[in-house]
Design a protein around this ligand. Structure first.
Ligand code: NAD
Ligand code: UGA
Length: 319
């Protein structure tokens, strides 16, 4: 029997690449997206343009918080990749928090209620986040973060991503489906969300406008190229259980990453604004677990990854 893979958030940055890769691999994909307003619908539709009209891809436009079993009738779903969410750390304060509760917590809980009613459903991959760890204690800042490290979110967004991760664990433990939670570390590359750092920096650099650095640029990130992140998703469809970090396994101060951009934009202008609430000073993924158990091996370094993102933005006109 041929099964469909369900991909939530298929119009987004990660979701569109995952859906495309699965179709390329010969699988049938049912994608769900509600084209939420975190960035323009036009960009998400553009993300889906390679898939539109492909008989192996079907789009359901629906808010996951209101999904019902009837929306998935006639589908044989065994694997579900749950990427839909309200992402973004810095916007999760204030009145917009209701969007984080709705799209990250309510939507996940309702999706789980639907999935446990599908007889063929077997395995869930949940897109978690490095933001579940929060700000590591001072003495831990020279060490990569392991899956066993304390989870202590530093932003409302991180709280909702950890809540949803725990919801998936509770449903999995009670209903017996297989679960993998992938904690992605700052993913970048073609189609990166317009609110994220490199996407903003490159578009501003092309226009000759100053980029804005929050804080002094000493914050460190484990930047993960999107192709490596997608490979982790594909590997986790077949094996693994529990929580895995997905990163490059290296950490870079933001100001060092700017030097890579300067190779392409020697005139880069930089302005500084205060550090933003919710922004942690350090992320670094210990990837030994996913390497050993899933055979994950990140391939793309920051030089190559940023070059590919720059080329993509130049040729796609979303600048
Ligand atoms: P994105 O905003 O590009 O994609 C998310 C998609 O989900 C959007 O197209 C949106 O319309 C859809 N969506 C949101 N709420 C929905 C709902 N209630 N019903 C149906 N569709 C809904 O974000 P992204 O950067 O691709 O992130 C994908 C996932 O990975 C998210 O869960 C995010 O928290 C997680 N993540 C991303 C990163 C990163 O660096 N991009 C890092 C860690 C974790
Ligand atoms: C990213 C994603 O936005 C989250 O969805 C995800 O959950 C998170 O990674 C994660 O790893 O869990 P973030 O690390 O803030 O969050 O990624 P960027 O938006 O690319 O920001 C990277 C750094 O650049 C941050 O320190 C941020 O403050 C800084 N930045 C961002 C600027 O200095 N200027 C900007 O204009 C934008």
């Amino acid at each position: 029997m041929e099964f469909d893979v369900l991909v939530t958030g298929c119009g987004g940055f990660l979701g569109s690449w995952v859906a495309e890769r699965l179709v390329q691999d010969g699988l049938r994909v049912v994608g769900i997206d509600f084209f939420t307003d975190n960035y323009p619908r036009e960009i998400k539709e553009n993300n889906l343009k390679n898939l539109s009209g492909n008989p192996s891809f079907q789009l359901i436009e629906k808010d996951l918080a209101h999904l019902s079993i009837d929306d998935l009738k006639n589908k044989k779903i065994a694997h579900v990749i749950h990427l839909a969410a309200q992402p973004g750390v810095r916007d999760s304060w204030g009145p917009d928090f209701v969007k984080y509760i709705h799209n990250n917590v309510h939507a996940t809980q309702n999706l789980l209620e639907v999935l446990i009613r599908i007889n063929s459903f077997k395995r869930l991959i949940y897109a978690s986040s490095s933001s579940v760890y929060g700000e590591p204690p001072h003495e831990a800042k020279e060490q990569a973060i392991k899956e066993t490290s304390l989870t202590n979110p530093y932003s409302p967004y991180g709280v909702t991503k950890l809540t949803a991760e725990k919801l998936c664990q509770a449903y999995s433990a009670n209903y017996g489906f297989e679960l993998v939670s992938l904690r992605f570390f700052t993913v970048y590359g073609p189609r990166q969300r317009p609110d994220m750092a490199f996407s903003r920096f490159i578009r501003k650099a092309i226009r000759g406008e100053p980029i804005v650095i929050y804080g002094d640029g000493s914050q460190k990130r484990d930047f993960t190229f999107v192709e490596d992140a997608i490979e982790a998703v594909i590997l986790s469809l077949k094996k693994g259980s529990g929580v895995y970090n997905v990163g490059r396994g290296k950490t870079v101060p933001l100001k060092e990453a700017l030097n890579v951009l300067r190779d392409h934009f020697p005139e880069l202008k930089v302005a500084f604004e205060p550090k933003q609430k919710g922004d942690v000073s350090f992320t670094w993924a210990d990837i030994s677990k996913i390497q050993a158990e899933l055979g994950y091996s990140p391939k793309v370094d920051l030089q190559e990854g940023l070059e590919r993102q720059i080329q993509w933005i130049r040729s796609n006109g979303f600048s």
